[in-house]
Write a protein that binds this ligand. Structure first.
Ligand SMILES: NC(=O)c1ccc[n+]([C@@H]2O[C@H](COP(=O)([O-])OP(=O)(O)OC[C@H]3O[C@@H](n4cnc5c(N)ncnc54)[C@H](O)[C@@H]3O)[C@@H](O)[C@H]2O)c1
Length: 273
């Protein structure tokens, strides 16, 4: 995409962290921004902040795990702005531990938001973008964890692998039909956001399994600020780049090792990451 000026962007998980930084960058490019989030007060704050710097912004309370909410998000976007050019399927949550220790509620929540949220976004917005027949771009937020074979939260890792696979499918389908809609997958390493405090939005449980993990907290604090991620994302959209790896260099040997193990049919390598 060569120019962002005047385009309409929909950002899910826009009230915090990476989504909020992407939304702010959209406003800096004089784009029209639709903020979608499940957290009403954080959404109001983000809307007010963007409006105070003159952004053309619409905030819509949305639970991305609910198909009807995502349908309403698209309808309200079209009613208000008349079009949509950029979609950031970014909302995400994390909790739980091993496959068997994570509760069924945790699995349903993490899969609902991280995987189904992306699927609902694509099922609703891709046909609109194709019919519109203008230059469009979709960025799905996965994680570097979606390229690795080990992470402390199993449900999180499973959904991030799914988002990488969904995005690759999307990419190939769009290329095959020579569509003007392009796609990318965002795979960052650690980013300084509220992701380890994701249980604040958990519908049934008020626990902080990950947040209490001091190792992970330290990793998070060593991460990059979300504004850096937003900068990389817009550069990638401009260059029509599919895989967007930010702050992920230290994980690349592990990604390579996983690929080599698969090709050589060796067992996964032990690692402390
Ligand atoms: N922070 C990191 O280190 C990191 C690394 C790699 C990938 N990611 C991914 O980046 C994305 C953004 O997370 P973040 O790090 O900015 O965390 P964050 O917690 O700061 O922001 C996530 C936002 O998503 C919203 N949200 C949660 N459930 C929702 C739902 N059902 N519907 C709509 N919105 C919902 C939250 O209210 C919040 O505003 C996630 O997909 C996350 O998995 C984060």
């Amino acid at each position: 995409m060569q120019s962002f000026y005047g385009k309409t962007a929909v950002v899910t998980g826009a009230a915090s962290g990476i989504g909020r930084a992407i939304a702010k960058r959209c406003a800096q490019y004089d784009m029209r921004v639709v903020l979608a989030d499940i957290d009403q007060s954080a959404l109001n704050k983000t809307e007010n902040d963007l409006r105070s710097v003159g952004a053309d912004v619409l905030a819509i309370l949305t639970d991305v795990s609910k198909p009807d909410d995502v349908g309403t998000l698209a309808q309200k976007t079209l009613d208000h702005f008349g079009n949509v050019h950029l979609l950031f399927n970014n909302a995400g949550v994390a909790t739980g531990s091993t496959i068997w220790d994570s509760t069924l509620d945790d699995w349903k929540w993490v899969v609902g938001v991280n995987m189904w949220g992306v699927i609902h976004g694509l099922r609703v917005f891709v046909p609109i973008m194709i019919d519109q027949d203008t230059e469009c771009h979709i960025v799905n937020t996965a994680s570097v964890v979606g390229l690795l074979d080990k992470f402390s939260s199993s449900s999180y890792q499973v959904t991030k692998h799914a988002v990488v696979a969904i995005s690759e499918q999307l990419y190939h389908s769009l290329v095959e039909m020579k569509s003007k809609v392009k796609a990318s997958v965002l795979c960052p390493g650690w980013v300084r956001t509220r992701i380890l405090d994701a249980n604040r939005n958990h519908p049934t449980v008020n626990q902080d399994i990950l947040y209490k993990d001091q190792d992970l907290k330290g990793d998070l604090e060593s991460g990059v600020p979300p504004e850096i991620v937003a900068e990389h994302v817009f550069r990638a959209i401009h260059q029509d780049k599919f895989y967007i790896l930010v702050n992920a260099d230290e994980y690349k040997p592990l990604i390579r090792m996983r690929m080599e193990n698969i090709l050589e049919e060796s067992n996964p390598t032990e690692s402390d990451k």
